[in-house]
Design a protein around this ligand. Structure first.
Ligand code: 4AD
Ligand code: MG
Length: 466
């Protein structure tokens, strides 16, 4: 009888049986008359044992000289071994090479460290290494958990167009293209304007897709193409979406910790840094040990994530600068720079929500705070450990006249926004939402120092190959 075809991840169901694995040769070590090939199949890796005396000579000779990343089908008996990372080893009986990597062109990604440029140039092959595969598995779970949260909480997925006639997040970062004869089109920066329309049709909606920004900055947080998930809720205000963001993030972290402990270990992530997010009952009291700030507002008493106004965050930065903990002072009225965000987020063991930024530095569509119209009813969620902003959101302007004057003040073309203004003419209601960048969350949860490893093929200022 032909042995069953199995995957490495499912070997616990095949202990003691002879199975066939279909994959690639990941590594090969020889010690006299013993070979130790490591096979990978996408679901994991397993070490094979090949004693010269125990296998047909052709099998031994084939494996002995096999080049790394050659594709193969290997048959052997699954043996439990507590010392093995996967818990199992394979006593090899037979091997069939599908394609042998030519000796003249060995697999370019060696197990030793290679430079980042070289790795990015070979991203199509770099993806095969265990760390990169583990990151992509975690990414897939983050995306699934994010969509699952909204799908199971009454949100309707309504995906917006990718080709748009208008700018959502400012005109300086638009990718422009010709759209037939006389028209220009832009790649979307955010689906928000469109899901405001679907929210007024369906109540609670979300979108999930690629978004584009011609970011001219080379930073470890910016891609020119990234995936954003955006909920939008009719009759919701700023506090509602802060509660939503908290529950949403908690759900994602819990799904990742539930099924990716082994992957996070391969990646080298210290998971104890993520656990407070799940065990937290309520945000610690102001001034609690380990928290530098005595000033932040706890917000709703059930809130698990600290909520800090822009003014409170500014005061925290001023104090830090005075104490020599920050190199540069933060100018009141300016956005937070990345050292500022890093400092603020490092004061807490879980994400922190900074709300009510000056309206002047935020987007045209944000509702002013009725108690101080110079501030916007907006929130940025900063991830801990210096990962910076993962979510940006706000309550939206719901008055026709105010929105129209905002569009004019921002020198945006009124004609392209007429449909958006219509939403304030036909049954306008308070509404709010946010956007979360998937890659920022992958970087944070996996503990990566650059977003280039968070997406299969990163698009950045300098790279559009492969
Ligand atoms: O803060 P942003 O610009 O907000 C919006 O686009 C709103 N229209 C969303 C909404 O309210 N529906 O972007 C939202 C998130 C950021 O917090 C960040 O996580 C991510 O998108 N992001 C980027 N991720 C990677 N590379 C970039 N260049 C990014 N720009 C924003
Ligand atoms: Mg933002």
């Amino acid at each position: 009888t032909t042995p069953a075809v199995a995957t490495i991840a499912s070997l616990s169901q095949h202990e003691g049986q002879t199975v066939t694995l279909r994959g690639w040769l990941y590594n090969l070590r020889a010690s006299g008359k013993l070979l130790f090939p490591i096979f990978r199949d996408g679901t994991g890796t397993i070490q094979g044992i090949v004693p010269k005396a125990a296998v047909p000579e052709a099998v031994f000779e084939t494996l002995k000289s096999l080049t790394l990343e050659s594709s193969l089908s290997v048959t052997g008996k699954v043996r439990a071994d507590s010392r093995a990372p996967s818990g199992y080893e394979l006593d090899v009986e037979d091997v069939e090479v599908i394609q042998r990597v030519p000796d003249e062109t060995p697999f370019p990604i060696q197990l030793k460290e290679a430079g980042v440029d070289f790795l990015m140039e070979h991203r199509h092959l770099w993806l095969r290494t265990p760390r990169q595969s583990a990151i992509l598995r975690v990414r897939a779970t983050i995306m699934r958990a994010a969509a699952e949260y909204f799908d199971t909480n009454g949100f309707i997925r309504t995906d917006p167009p990718i080709l748009t006639p208008n700018a959502c997040e400012g005109t300086s970062e638009l990718f422009e293209m010709d759209y037939f004869d006389d028209d220009k089109a832009y790649l979307t920066q955010s689906g928000q304007l469109y899901i405001e329309a679907t929210a007024l049709a369906l109540g609670k909606v979300y979108s999930f897709g690629p978004t584009f920004r011609a970011e001219k900055s080379k930073t470890r947080r910016h891609l020119t193409e990234f995936w954003m998930i955006e909920p939008e809720v009719a009759y919701a205000g700023l506090d509602d979406i802060m509660d939503l963001a908290e529950a949403f993030i908690t759900h994602i972290v819990s799904r990742v910790l539930e099924s990716h402990r082994a992957d996070l270990k391969v990646i080298g992530r210290d998971v104890t840094k993520l656990e407070p997010i799940l065990t937290a009952q309520a945000a610690p009291e102001p001034g609690a040990p380990g928290l530098a700030s005595e000033t932040w507002d706890r917000g709703a008493t059930t809130a698990k994530f600290p909520r800090l106004s822009y003014d409170e965050a500014h005061a925290m930065l001023e104090k830090a600068f005075a104490e020599g903990k920050l190199e540069n002072p933060h100018q009141y009225g300016d956005d937070f720079g990345s050292p500022d965000e890093t400092y603020i987020s490092s004061q807490f063991d879980r994400p922190v929500m900074v709300h009510r930024y000056p309206a002047a530095i935020k987007a045209f569509y944000m509702q002013p705070d009725p108690t101080d119209p110079s501030k916007a009813l907006c929130v940025d969620v900063l991830a801990p450990e210096g990962y910076g902003e993962i979510i940006g959101g706000s309550q939206r302007v719901d008055s026709y006249d105010l929105l129209k004057s905002r569009i004019e003040e921002h020198n945006l073309p009124l004609a392209a926004f007429q449909w958006y203004l219509d939403l304030r003419k036909y049954g306008s209601v308070p509404h709010a939402g946010f956007g979360m960048g998937i890659e920022r969350v992958v970087a944070w949860l996996c503990g990566l120092d650059h977003v280039r490893e968070t997406i299969p093929f990163a698009r950045t200022l300098n790279r559009i190959y492969p």
